[in-house]
Structure formats: structure tokens, C-alpha cells
Ligand binder design. Structure first.
Ligand SMILES: Cc1cc2nc3c(=O)[nH]c(=O)nc-3n(C[C@H](O)[C@H](O)[C@H](O)COP(=O)(O)OP(=O)(O)OC[C@H]3O[C@@H](n4cnc5c(N)ncnc54)[C@H](O)[C@@H]3O)c2cc1C
Length: 482
């Protein structure tokens, strides 16, 4: 099977790359290989009744499949260079913002019209934060909501399915560089030399083998967009192809749940406030992440480890009386330690070991040094939206991280009184794994000509809007070259 472009992964990065490729260059032969299911087959078996905990499906429907990790997400597209990745370091601030706005316009024209765009700039709340040693980051936030996000994905798929060959339940196992002359070509090379510089073969397992009997497909260009769930795979590919990589960081923390009224000043105006705090005790940075007004707390599975996350809905009927958000502490490691994700996983494993999954604790109990039990949860004024195991997070999280989180809760209490109430619920562990960063140039291209790496799998992006923008960016370059 011969293609112009082989795309690995159908998350936002892969989808927007495919969208832009076929829009810019009609008739281009594009194949998308996706380890997870097509959108309608993505169904997590945890129903809270028959299946209460993760049963480790072959492909995780929360993290994998058409729409990637973002499919059942809250669909918050943060249009900013302040967080969500470092795409701007490669392509420039203006270009990055332009592309994020372009992605926003596509989302709007595919079902997202009517959704709200929030902005943090110049708000009273920003001033209040500054007065209390908190720093509110600037962003425009398009909130699609889990329900509309799904509709947008449905529409994008409907538009793409006849123009692009999608192979679902198909994991790419290996990438082979076919051309011996695989090094990057210089500006002096002719157009033909550049375009024929390298071609790629991907070997896969799974469903596509029914259609492509050889078990491989060839392409002139290959775009890797494997996201977070592909992080281990990406490490293997980097070793195989000797791609240069940089070691990275892991963010560890908890998810906080409290009555929605406490944060309503912030969430009504901004929907989500990204707030950074530097602790007095250690001068560590703690930040809020993924705020879900009137949302629910959920568990998620990354590489077999159950961690906590949050969702919210546009649909009024699905809204709850609680708001949740994460508080995360960034850990950067230096030599000789390289396995920052392994460190995060070990901490999450501890909570899985003690609680069988996610642990929940009242802040009052945490500060008193006592375990929360079911009775204390039942007596609490805050009703948990996730059925987690009541326990003691001080047995799970390192002291420094826990101290920092508690200190930030008290700082937040000054701008949103009630945050540090005894009944505030703390769920653990929330871990934000970062992929190791692949060294890429200003085209998001590896040392191999026409081998691109985009989205969260590249380590450059960590968000829907940055990942999607990186897809559009490389698609434009490829369309020009082809
Ligand atoms: C519950 C949840 C909520 C979130 N909420 C938000 C939010 O509100 N706002 C925000 O900005 N971000 C959010 N995120 C993060 C966001 O989803 C990601 O940043 C984004 O999806 C990254 O897009 P991507 O295309 O790079 O990777 P992904 O979305 O991870 O997609 C990668 C795809 O590649 C596939 N793949 C991996 N390896 C292979 C292989 N070897 N062969 C074939 N296919 C492979 C995977 O199955 C996956 O479908 C959330 C994440 C989660 C899990």
C-alpha cells in the first residue's frame, strides 16, 4: 500500500493534520492508523455498578480512538501561549496563536457554534490574585463541553471519512526508514531531491491487517501524533531511529472538589482560572489545572494506573452542584535520574495499592493527620461526585508536595473564601505525565526529512489547542512540499 502521507494517531493532532492536508491538497493519499476504536465504539466499561474499576481493556476508550485523549474531555480549547505547551518556541508566538484561532474557527463550523469564549485579560479577579501572591495566567478559553466536543468530532469524522483511509484498532508497531539517503537535504538540493529524500514504511498489528495483507504501508511522508498514551512507544521509536530527545518533567498533585458557589466568581466570569502560586515554604510552584464548574470527578487509566481527572458538561441537566480542579506541583529532575514518568507512576501506584484506585480525603482530616472514612464522607457537606475509597493521602504523596498543595489551598481561600473548608474533598492522585521531548526543528520535523512529530507525543504540546495547531502547521508544510 502506498500513500503520500502516513499519519500515526487520530487524536486532535492527527485529525487536524488530516483535515488540513485534504483541504489544501485534494486527491492526496492519506492513511491514518489509530490503535483505538472509531468514535462510536469508544465505550469505557466502568459503569459504577457491574464494572466498578478499570478492567484494563486492550485499548483504553478514554485515552485512545478517534478523538484521542481529548474525545471525552471537557473540550476546553485554551488559546494562549502561556500554557498548554511550547509550540511557540518552534513556530513563533504569533503563528501559534493564529493557528489556535484557526482551529477554533473549524470547531465552531463543525458544531461548536454558540459555545462561549471566556477571557482572563484585565479582569478584577486578576488584580485580586496579585494582591494575594497568586498569579492568574492570560488566556482565551473556548469551552465546548464534553457533549459538544463529541459532536464536533462526529462532524469532523463524517467530513474526512471518504477522503482519508482510516484504520482503527490498528497499532503501528514500527517505523522503518526506507531510503538509505535519509539525512535532511539542504537548500541547494533540487525540489525532486527533497521530495524523494526519504520514504517510510510502517508495520502494524490489528484490524488493518484484514485490508492490507502485507502488514505494512509505505508513505513519502510520516507524521507521528501518538499523544500521551503513545509515550512509551515513542521512546522505543526514538531509540530505534536514534532521534535526539530531552528528558522531561512530571506534575503530581490532587483534584479538589467543593461546592460550585465557592468558585462561582471565578468560573462565571472566566470559566477556568489558571492560577499559579509560589509557596512560601519551599518556593515551589503549584498551579490549578483543568477547572470543571458544576462538573464531576472521574478516574482515568494511563498505562494500567488509575489516576483522577475531571469533566464538566454544557448540558444543564448534567450539571452538578460541585466544581472541581487539580492542584499540581511540577517536578523537574536532573542527572542521573531520567525516569520522571516512572516517578509519577510509582506515586499513583501507591494510591492504587492502598485504595484500589482513587483515594478521597476531607481537607479537615488531611490537616489533622487522620484517615477519612465512609462515615466522615457521609457526614460531610460536600457530596463526592466520584465513588473513590476514603483514605489518607499523606501515606501516598511526598511531604513536600502535600505541604505545597495545602499552602496553595489556603492562598486560594483568600480569593475564593471557603476553598480551605474542612469538608473540601481532595482526591488523589492526579498525575500529569509529560512525554519526553523529541528534538524538532522549526518545521516540527525530526532529523529525518519528511518525518514529523506533533501533538503531545512530541513533548512539545500538552493541550487540545496546541496539539491541533501543531497538526495544521505540519499539514501546511507537507501540502506545500508535495
Ligand atoms: C480526561 C481528559 C481531559 C482533558 N481535558 C482537556 C481539556 O479540557 N483541554 C485541553 O486542552 N486538554 C485536555 N486534555 C488533554 C488533551 O486531551 C490532549 O492534550 C490532546 O488530546 C493531545 O492530542 P494528541 O493528538 O497529541 O494526542 P492524543 O489525543 O493522546 O491522541 C493520540 C492518539 O494516538 C493513538 N496512538 C498511540 N500510539 C499509537 C500507535 N503506536 N499506533 C497507532 N495509534 C497510536 C492513541 O490511541 C490516541 O488515540 C484532557 C485529557 C484527558 C485524558
Amino acid at each position: 500500500m502506498k500513500y503520500d502521507v502516513l499519519l500515526i494517531g487520530a487524536g486532535p493532532g492527527g485529525i487536524f493534520a488530516a483535515y488540513e492536508l485534504v483541504k489544501k491538497k485534494k486527491g492526496l493519499k492519506v492513511a491514518v492508523f489509530e490503535a483505538g476504536h472509531c468514535l462510536e465504539k469508544r465505550l469505557c466499561p466502568i459503569d459504577g455498578e457491574k464494572v466498578k474499576a478499570c478492567i484494563h481493556c486492550k485499548s483504553c476508550s478514554i485515552m485512545q480512538g478517534f478523538g484521542g485523549a481529548g474525545a471525552f474531555s471537557d473540550g476546553k480549547y485554551n488559546i494562549t501561549n502561556d500554557f498548554g505547551g511550547t509550540l511557540y518556541e518552534h513556530i513563533g508566538r504569533k503563528k501559534a496563536l493564529d493557528l489556535m484561532n484557526y482551529v477554533d474557527s473549524i470547531n465552531l463550523s463543525h458544531g461548536g457554534e454558540g459555545t462561549k469564549l471566556y477571557s482572563t485579560a484585565g479582569t478584577d479577579f486578576k488584580k485580586k490574585c496579585m494582591q494575594n501572591r497568586l498569579h492568574l495566567l492570560d488566556a482565551s478559553v473556548r469551552h465546548l463541553g464534553t457533549d459538544i466536543n463529541y459532536v464536533v468530532l462526529e462532524k469532523l469524522y463524517a467530513e474526512l471519512k471518504d477522503k482519508v483511509d482510516f484504520f482503527f484498532d490498528t497499532k503501528v508497531e514500527k517505523i522503518e526508514v526506507l531510503d538509505a539517503d535519509k539525512e535532511k537535504h539542504t537548500d541547494e538540493d533540487t525540489f525532486e531531491e527533497k521530495i524523494n529524500a526519504a520514504s517510510y514504511r510502517v508495520y502494524f498489528s490489528g484490524d488493518a491487517k484484514k485490508h492490507i495483507i502485507e502488514g505494512y504501508a509505505d508513505g513519502r511522508v510520516c507524521v507521528i501524533s501518538v499523544g500521551r498514551s503513545g509515550s512509551k512507544w515513542m521512546e522505543g521509536v526514538s531509540k530505534d531511529l536514534k532521534l535526539k530527545t530531552l528528558s522531561n518533567r512530571v506534575d503530581i498533585g490532587v483534584r479538589v472538589e467543593l461546592p460550585a458557589e465557592i468558585f462561582s466568581d471565578i468560573t462565571d466570569e472566566l470559566y477556568e482560572g489558571k492560577i499559579v502560586y509560589r509557596t512560601q515554604l519551599y518556593e515551589d510552584k503549584v498551579r490549578t489545572f483543568c477547572m470543571n464548574p458544576h462538573g464531576i470527578v472521574v478516574s482515568e487509566n494511563t498505562n494500567g494506573i488509575v489516576t483522577v481527572n475531571g469533566h464538566s458538561f454544557e448540558d444543564e441537566n448534567k450539571k452538578t452542584g460541585n466544581t472541581n480542579f487539580a492542584l499540581l506541583v511540577a517536578k523537574h529532575f536532573t542527572a542521573p535520574f531520567k525516569d520522571s514518568n516512572g516517578y509519577g507512576e510509582s506515586i499513583a501506584r501507591l494510591s492504587n495499592m492502598l485504595g484500589g484506585g482513587v483515594i478521597v480525603q476531607r481537607l479537615g482530616d488531611l490537616e489533622r493527620g487522620r484517615r477519612t472514612n465512609q462515615k466522615r464522607i457521609d457526614e460531610s457537606f460536600v457530596r463526592p461526585t466520584l465513588k473513590a475509597t476514603p483514605g489518607d493521602l499523606s501515606l501516598v504523596l511526598p511531604k513536600r508536595i502535600l505541604d505545597s498543595i495545602i499552602e496553595m489551598l489556603h492562598a486560594l481561600d483568600k480569593v475564593a473564601p471557603g476553598t480551605a473548608n474542612e469538608d473540601t474533598l481532595i482526591y488523589g492522585v492526579e498525575v500529569k505525565f509529560y512525554n519526553m521531548e523529541v528534538v524538532l526543528d522549526e518545521n516540527l520535523e525530526t532529523d529525518y526529512r519528511n518525518l514529523f512529530c506533533i501533538g503531545d507525543g512530541s513533548g512539545v504540546t500538552h493541550s487540545l489547542s496546541h496539539a491541533s495547531a501543531s497538526g495544521v502547521y505540519v499539514a501546511d508544510i507537507i501540502a506545500d512540499r508535495l
